[in-house]
Design a protein around this ligand. Structure first.
Ligand code: SF4
Length: 80
């Protein structure tokens, strides 16, 4: 029997999912990881942006903390 473990938002263990996201960011290779000062600037820009909703950008659908963590990524509206 196939069991879907995450189809409904109400079924998501957010604490575990968010920890997975931070583990992913912390595990990125240094060559692709955004410099810490640039990362902070990117996240501050997102925090000040009307497109940020619950940690996600409404234009690209990404969790901005993950998107901003990779140096070659960019804001879809070129804010960073
Ligand atoms: S990625 Fe760009 S458009 Fe999206 S929330 Fe951040 S600054 Fe705003």
């Amino acid at each position: 029997m196939r069991v879907c473990k995450g189809c409904l938002i109400r079924d998501i263990d957010y604490k575990k999912e968010y920890q997975n996201m931070y583990d992913y960011i912390n595990g990125l290779d240094e060559e692709i990881k955004t410099d810490e000062s640039v990362y902070k600037m990117r996240l501050q820009t997102c925090k000040d942006c009307d497109a940020l909703i619950n940690g996600m950008c409404k234009y690209c659908g990404c969790f901005v903390e993950m998107r901003a963590a990779i140096s070659h990524n960019s804001c879809p509206y070129k804010k960073w």
